[in-house]
Write a protein that binds this ligand. Sequence first.
Ligand SMILES: [Zn+2]
Length: 225
Amino acid sequence: MTLQPERHILVVFPHPDDEAFSSAGTIRLFRNMGVPVTYACLTLGEMGRNLGNPPFATRESLPEIRRNELIAACEAMGIEDLRMMGLRDKTVEFEDDEKMVKLVTDLINELNPSLIITFYPGYAVHPDHEATARAVIEAVRRMEKEKRPRIYAVAFANNTMAKLGVPPIVHDVSSVKEDKVAALRAHHSQTAWMMAETNHRAEEGKPMSDSWFNVESYYLYTFDD
Ligand SMILES: [Zn+2]
């Protein structure tokens, strides 16, 4: 489907790399249209288990590494407004609900986005993802109906298709595949293994399914009232 221009897009995810896996192509396409995109990344993923073998990072150096990776990924996606929100990785689920909702509400009030991209609550797998999605949905639910931005929700739990059906929003991002790959590569500490596997399989003539480099899909989150 063809992307329509947006006033402003707010992307909210808890971990550096969530945005690249789910939305790098979509973000790049919107940026190429001149749409302003703000990425609020809630943590620095500093509790990531992957310190490398041999280790490329220590527990102390990982946040700085991931901060720099995130900045590089944003360059690949064309994001000029990156907000590092300073929450702690793996503790987002324990944050006070109202504090989380306020964080999102403040961003909405400042930026007046017409579209928000985040996870779909109930289908986001990781507790930090779920907590992020719940806060975004609650912040938008509290708005006047006419003023609510649309929500593109990323769902990837195993039961997603069974429960939610086929995603209605499907973006062909093949024209910006190189930017998506560059964004993924920028998150080197998290994605190096995957990129190595991709190359390895290509060399053996059994490339991995190309679809997730070429297609990004979303559900439109809707409210009952
Ligand atoms: Zn994540």
